[in-house]
Design a protein around this ligand. Structure first.
Ligand code: FEO
Length: 165
């Protein structure tokens, strides 16, 4: 049985993972409109991953006998200046999510809620993976550069990462 504080925090995370999914799907629309098919494919796949993260939390909460609550999900931004701006924002957002997962883990450990701590371990590993992927993408963008045909090659490189997902 979960504490009230834990149920509320897990529900906040459900809301955040839903927002993450919408954020990346909205970013994929920006990329699609700009003809950046590789970036769009990557961001769509990322949006699907976030939805899976949300469902994993949702299931865990109801399995404990508590009520998962999705809540209100704010609208994500629609306008971006460049590919690097998009992926910088993704990277920043993932760092923010890592902080939230760490907060949840601290709460679970503080309450000696070993079941939730064990459940959250998967998210700790996932955040490590996601931050690493975003750093790799930012490095590629920096190395290739967005001038001239650079954006074309960046889009291809990110599209290949999407294909590996
Ligand atoms: Fe579900 Fe990218 O954090």
């Amino acid at each position: 049985m979960l504490s009230k504080a834990m149920i509320d925090s897990l529900n906040d995370q459900i809301q955040l993972e839903s927002y993450s999914s919408n954020l990346y799907l909205q970013m994929s629309a920006w990329a699609e409109i700009k003809g950046l098919e590789g970036c769009a494919a990557f961001l769509r796949a990322q949006a699907q991953d976030e939805l899976a993260h949300m469902h994993r939390l949702f299931k865990y909460v109801y399995e404990t006998g508590a009520l998962p609550v999705i809540g209100t999900i704010k609208a994500p931004p629609t306008k971006y200046k460049s590919v690097s701006e998009v992926f910088q924002q993704v990277h920043e957002h993932e760092r923010f999510i890592t902080g939230k997962i760490n907060d949840l883990m601290s709460l679970a450990l503080g309450e000696q809620d070993h079941s939730t701590a064990n459940f959250l371990q998967w998210y700790v590993a996932e955040q490590h993976e996601e931050e690493h992927t975003m750093q790799k993408i930012l490095d590629k963008i920096k190395n290739i550069g967005e001038t001239g045909s650079g954006v074309y090659f960046i889009d291809r490189a990110i599209g290949m990462i999407a294909g590996e997902k």
